[in-house]
Design a protein around this ligand. Structure first.
Ligand SMILES: *Cc1c(COP(=O)(O)O)cnc(C)c1O
Length: 440
């Protein structure tokens, strides 16, 4: 199969000119660090529009998109039903700061799909969701410590910025200046998939740990799957020690099926955080759990958390339009089959080209790591040859395929990706792996 001619870098004058202006006004030219392409080199993209599985830069170059707004876009760009819902709502007003029926409708869609979330609070970003869930856990347990995992990412609240994944992994920031030492000391880090380390920390900090927070499938150090007993082990240990289990499903919620990853993985958290997909591409996130627990949040309880734009009607209408589509028969089967086709194709390409690499994947999220060792935790992810990832990324981009501009992120397949898109990606990957294999 012949790979289409490179569509990018043919002409990037307009993008370059816009990015030049961006660097004068925005820090690093961006509003979120990984957009700056620091670890992969090349020039950051300036996107003008998207449609289905494709995005188009300011020079009209077409890119097949596997970033999908970092997982928020499950139904493809400019999904007609979502677009229509937003336009309809915009005509009625964009924000009132008072409850609308839309909030109840989105809450009902979520709690119907994830029944152990009995009550929910909407916020505007995943960061707010995890930060608030931790505050609630500390409030009800009257304990101060939290335990997270190395390479896990739970947004940028102060408590989460040690040994974190995503942009912090990409930029090599292990500890973030600006986080008070006294607060940083309350965050414990264990290696992902290491229950013994978790047990040890609960022994060391007896009756002091409020909560364990975990990604059910780690997706911010690249994709790392939970070992078979890992999540159930965390459930047992937290229960035994009177701590809460917070499962951060900001990426995985509604990504694997119409519900939480927990239902597939056979575990149930005390508190669940959601984001990304539930907003249909607009800023929506949430935290929720059993009613008796959530009722500790203000106004019913003393744990304070608020938001001017929380439950924003425009954002709610987008979320509703997105979630309503997720019950379509065969939708997830198709997404997951296409993802499987991509993973199989990549693994075959790796075997044929003999480039030392691994594909970690589950459902429609996956990562290629350039190492000959299996990747089961952050230490393993960091053994990947990030220079090779950068070369692979750039070669793929030259062929019109946009992967995450960092080794420590997931690639996402959307419902808009077709089998042809996937086959084209695999064909391009074969070429790129041959090239970078020859480099080494
Ligand atoms: C993206 C992400 C967050 C943070 O969400 P924002 O909306 O970027 O603040 C939190 N947790 C996980 C698992 C994420 O992937």
């Amino acid at each position: 199969m012949s790979t289409p001619k490179p569509t990018l870098h043919r002409d990037r004058r307009r993008s370059r000119e816009i990015f030049d202006r961006a660097t004068k006004l925005l820090v690093g030219g961006v509003n979120s660090p990984v957009r700056a392409f620091r670890s992969v080199g090349g020039e950051p993209l300036i996107i003008e529009r998207g449609e289905g599985s494709y995005i188009y830069d300011a020079d009209g170059n077409q890119l097949l998109d596997y970033v999908c707004s970092w997982g928020a876009i499950l139904l493809g760009h400019a999904n007609p039903a979502i677009t229509a819902a937003i336009a309809e709502q915009a005509k009625r007003g964009t924000s009132f700061g008072v409850t609308t029926e839309l909030e109840i409708e989105l809450a009902a869609l979520i709690t119907r799909a994830i029944p152990f979330i009995e009550k929910i609070r909407f916020v505007s970003s995943g960061t707010e969701a995890t930060m608030s869930a931790v505050r609630l856990a500390r409030g009800v347990t009257k304990r101060d410590f939290i335990l997270k995992f190395e390479g896990g990412y739970h947004g940028h609240a102060d408590s989460f910025l040690s040994q974190a994944g995503s942009g912090l992994a990409t930029l090599g920031i292990a500890e973030c200046p600006g986080v008070p030492q006294a607060l940083a000391e309350l965050t414990l880090n264990a290696p992902y998939n290491d229950l013994n380390a978790v047990e040890r920390m609960f022994t060391q900090h007896k009756n002091k740990i409020a909560a364990v927070i975990v990604e059910p499938i780690a997706a911010n150090m690249g994709v790392v799957l939970p070992a078979p007993n890992f999540l159930s082990g965390l459930r047992d240990i937290t229960k035994k020690n009177g701590a809460l289990l917070i499962i951060d499903e900001v990426i995985t919620g509604f990504r694997l099926h119409n519900g939480a990853a927990q239902q597939i993985l056979g575990v149930e958290a005390d508190l669940t955080t959601l984001g990304k997909i539930i907003g249909g591409g607009l800023p929506v996130a949430a935290y929720g759990g059993r009613a008796e627990l959530m009722d500790n949040v203000a106004p019913l309880g003393p744990v304070y958390q608020a938001g001017t734009l929380a439950g924003n009607p425009l954002a709610m209408s987008a979320g509703i339009a997105a979630l309503k589509q997720l019950t379509a028969p065969g939708l997830y089967d198709r997404v997951n089959q296409n993802a499987e086709r991509l993973v199989t194709g990549l693994r075959k390409a790796i075997a044929e080209t003999r480039v030392p690499a691994q594909v970690n994947a589950s459902h429609s999220l996956g990562t290629i790591f350039f190492t000959d060792q299996p990747v089961r935790d952050y230490a393993g992810a960091k053994r990947s040859d990030t220079q090779r990832y950068a070369s692979f990324f750039r070669e793929m981009l030259d062929r019109g395929i946009f992967l995450a501009p960092s080794q420590f992120e997931a690639a996402f397949v959307s419902a808009a990706h077709t089998a042809e898109d996937i086959d084209r990606t695999v064909a391009a990957a074969v070429e790129c792996l041959k090239l970078i294999g020859a480099d080494a």
